[in-house]
Design a protein around this ligand. Sequence first.
Ligand SMILES: [Zn+2]
Ligand SMILES: [Zn+2]
Length: 336
Amino acid sequence: MRAAVVTEFSAPLELREIPVPEPGAHQVLVRMEACGICRTDIHIAHGDWPIRPALPLIPGHEGVGIVERVGAGVAASQVGHRVALPWLCSACGQCGFCLSGWKILCESQRNIGCTIDGGYAEYAVADARYAVPVPDGVPPLEAAPLTCAGVTSYKAVQAGRVGPGDCVAVFGVGGLGHLAIQYARQAGGFVTAVDVEAEKLDFARELGAEQVIDARTRDPAAVIRAQGGADVALALASTSSAYEHALRSLRRGGRLVRVCLPAGGIPPASTFDAVTRGISVIGSVVGTHQDLAEVFALHAAGRTAVTAEPRKLEEVNEAFAEVLANRARARLVIEY
Ligand SMILES: [Zn+2]
Ligand SMILES: [Zn+2]
């Protein structure tokens, strides 16, 4: 099978021909149909973070495909089903986090496309218990971005406890932001979308944002604070300035939800500001499998729109460059 492989941090991914993996006990072999390109994949491939994966590695944690074979202990009836292979691909199942529905915080978790090979290949194996069914009517090109960008923004809206009438500021209208706008509105929030590109701001309006602010020409935090301030700010752009703007945009008692990990580091939130203004700073990481099932159900019911642009596996390095240069309007998705 063809696979895009990280062989050295920051070097271009290598297109390789490698054997199709065998599904072991409790595993499924999935023939990939699509796999989204998340910024996390780029951070992993560049070794940007304190924890670096072992190489060689096949990235990809937005893989969607058809179960082609099953290993021991998996019902043969799973063959032919469409599944998504999200970031959390195994957990201990016994710790307090696992037992309380927070497997995504398990200290023994493994992550596809990071600790095991992921979806940048024609086939992938994964633990069947962590493969999430994709409902009929959700095409692979749309299911892939929902598998990380969708569930991450859905969870961020929940983590920010967005409720009816809340003023919600969404910083960054990319793969995460375009979905966060929709989830925040469904939770009853009034959305202000902030970006630095006119096209993305137009897109935010199409998705229902009540207000858009171009951060190149106006100070978004000043505008939002002059209107009373945001109840919830979602920092979804992968830049440190987005965090700073998001923090400053909040009203007293507001909530800042952090999701991205910019390569350049995160400016320390002003402790003085956070304390004296009663700001909550909340970290949120992807979401549970139940969250992903809900995200798929909303999409199958026509409640969300996903924009994705297909790319070929051979174009993966060019696609990384597009994402890094912010040239991608929304999610780029490798199609097989
Ligand atoms: Zn991701
Ligand atoms: Zn656990």
